[in-house]
Design a protein around this ligand. Structure first.
Ligand SMILES: C[C@@]1(CC(=O)O)C2=NC(=C\c3[nH]c(c(CCC(=O)O)c3CC(=O)O)Cc3[nH]c(c(CC(=O)O)c3CCC(=O)O)/C=C3\N/C(=C\2)[C@@H](CCC(=O)O)[C@]3(C)CC(=O)O)/[C@H]1CCC(=O)O
Ligand SMILES: NC(=O)c1ccc[n+]([C@@H]2O[C@H](COP(=O)([O-])OP(=O)(O)OC[C@H]3O[C@@H](n4cnc5c(N)ncnc54)[C@H](O)[C@@H]3O)[C@@H](O)[C@H]2O)c1
Length: 463
């Protein structure tokens, strides 16, 4: 009998547990494997909700002595630590508890240092302040800067930085002077000394309506965890500059190989690299029949019927948008997101909406679009080359659709894909490359995840 305890809470943890769960479902004898999992956070619990048959999951933070007690009670052969790279305190406790209970400790580290899981949680990593500044220059929205004052000058090339950036710096005369010299006015500056709690960070993000939080890869002492938690909670994107020092341990693949060899298991058979897993996770969990899904995915040979199903219905022509007029009806959550994306392209955006998202209002104040605060009327689209119908009233969206058909204007209807002439893709722009992502309108969550994965990949690999 092999008894495993897995401290999860990251994508690696979930991937490992799913593979172990598949191993358990294949087990024909009783005394082969038993798996106990611990997750500390709500997020970890959410990730683990589906598809983990046969695994006992404990949710909630354990103290070191509770860990030791659990380990002594179950006499685990191996305790596998896949906790977050920034959760150093937790790793340390697990290590100590293993030493006290005599269980063998195995640490899983990320091959690339990080982090599809963090990417999903709104993190982007940059090697230098320059590349982060370039990114911010290309992506609109307010920014809470928590890198101190010495490196701030890297960010003054960002268009409109005096309005977009809110540096949080130490309350010292010299610091204030250097920030003022860089062109930051009093209303942009937050002069406060830390440490800051996650709640405090979140409140500041909300107060300035920041879309981004910029931090150095400072580890615990720099309050990284509190910033990370605040970013996750508010939905702000965390831009992390620099790399944390590498941690020692096994990659997930090596760990699985080790388990298979040492314990006579075949976990590796059901193991897919987690980037693949991430993309495929939703169909897998929805289908429930994970065994079949894995077998199918591993089978390269496809029947003609399957190949037909794989044929895309949406071709990514890249359309010349320069100088074109795009009318967006609605300025809420969805329209707002799309308008922000359009701001990275050279087109004339006109927005028709009764109520507008604050960021759209800000864009109007910055003269980057035309906003007409009114009810939609047919004439509003008369000069449009493309129309996005994104009000929260489906009958209005339908009217817009009919009017566009009447006038031969290509239209996108946010609440009914069957009425759309074009889909709005997930978009990434990096170093002059534009990527558009579609899942053929069949799975928006998948399109979103794929967009995140590709963005991360370009961020890491495209110089
Ligand atoms: C890629 C992305 C671009 C963008 O929107 O910027 C995008 N949807 C995204 C996210 C998303 N969409 C939805 C959710 C809620 C959760 C869920 O239901 O899963 C989430 C998740 C979220 O918001 O987090 C709900 C939803 N979406 C559509 C309908 C109506 C329908 O299906 O008929 C409904 C139900 C509405 C309702 O309930 O009334 C339709 C469309 N959405 C499309 C694009 C088009 C092609 C998609 C494709 O290629 O597969 C398509 C077909 C037509 C179009 O609108 O162009 C973006 C990811 C951006 C990113 O990377 O963050
Ligand atoms: N395609 C997608 O990715 C996706 C995702 C989620 C939701 N949706 C759909 O998108 C639509 C918009 O959702 P939301 O969350 O942005 O809504 P929202 O409530 O945040 O915003 C609605 C916007 O429409 C405006 N509006 C309503 N009636 C209007 C009218 N007659 N004239 C002018 N403006 C009008 C409002 O003033 C507001 O700006 C919904 O139909 C929703 O079902 C699409």
């Amino acid at each position: 009998m092999t008894k495993l305890l897995v401290f999860a809470g990251t994508t690696e943890g979930r991937t490992l547990l799913e593979a172990l769960s598949r191993q358990l479902s294949r087990q024909t004898y009783e005394n082969g494997l038993s798996v106990f999992a611990c997750v500390a956070t709500e997020y970890g619990k959410e990730l683990l909700q589906d598809g983990l048959d046969g695994i006992h999951i404990h949710a909630g933070r354990l103290t070191q002595s509770e860990m030791t007690a659990l380990m002594k009670e179950h006499c685990f052969d191996f305790v596998i630590d896949t906790t977050h790279p920034y959760a150093r305190v937790v790793s340390e406790s697990i290590r100590m508890a293993c030493a006290e209970s005599g269980c063998k400790y195995l640490r899983v580290v990320r091959a690339e240092g990080r982090t599809l899981e963090m990417e999903r949680q709104n993190c982007l990593f940059f090697h230098s302040h320059e590349t982060a500044a370039n990114y911010l220059d290309e992506n609109p929205g307010k920014v809470l800067m928590t890198i101190g004052s010495k490196e701030l000058h890297h960010y003054t090339n960002i268009q409109d930085y005096q309005h977009r950036l809110f540096p949080r710096v130490l309350p010292m005369n010299g610091v204030l002077e250097s920030c003022t010299a860089l062109g930051f006015a009093g209303r942009q500056l937050i002069l406060m000394q830390g440490p800051f709690t996650a709640e405090m960070n979140a409140a500041m993000i909300r107060q300035i309506n920041a879309r981004y939080l910029v931090t150095k890869d400072s580890g615990e002492a720099g309050g990284f965890n509190e910033k990370y938690e605040a970013a996750v909670e508010t939905g702000a994107q965390l831009l992390v500059i620099g790399r944390a020092e590498a941690e020692e341990g096994l990659s997930l693949k090596d760990l699985v190989e080790f388990l298979d060899e040492t314990c006579g298991l075949t976990v590796g058979d059901a193991f897919m690299p987690y980037s693949t897993q991430l993309l495929e996770a939703s169909d897998e969990t929805q289908q429930g029949d994970t065994e079949n899904a894995v077998a199918e995915k591993q089978n390269e040979r496809r029947t003609p019927e399957q190949q037909k199903q794989d044929t895309g219905s949406w071709f990514p022509f890249f359309t010349k948008i320069s100088g074109k007029s795009i009318t967006v009806v609605g300025a809420g959550k969805i329209a707002g997101r799309r308008i922000k994306t359009l701001m990275n392209f050279d087109c004339n955006v006109t927005v028709i909406a009764e109520e507008a998202h604050p960021e759209v209002i800000q864009l109007e104040e910055d003269h980057r679009l035309t906003l007409r605060r009114k009810c939609w009327e047919t004439e509003d689209i008369s000069s449009a080359d493309y129309v996005l119908a994104a009000t929260n009233d489906s009958s209005i969206n339908h009217e817009i659709y009919l009017e566009c058909k009447n006038r031969g204007i290509p239209v996108n209807v946010a609440d009914d894909k069957d009425k759309s002439d074009f889909y709005f893709p997930g978009i990434i722009r990096k170093n002059g490359v534009t990527v558009g992502v579609t899942a053929d309108g069949k799975d928006h969550g998948l399109a979103k995840r794929a967009t995140r994965v590709i963005a991360q990949c370009l961020e890491t690999h495209l110089e």
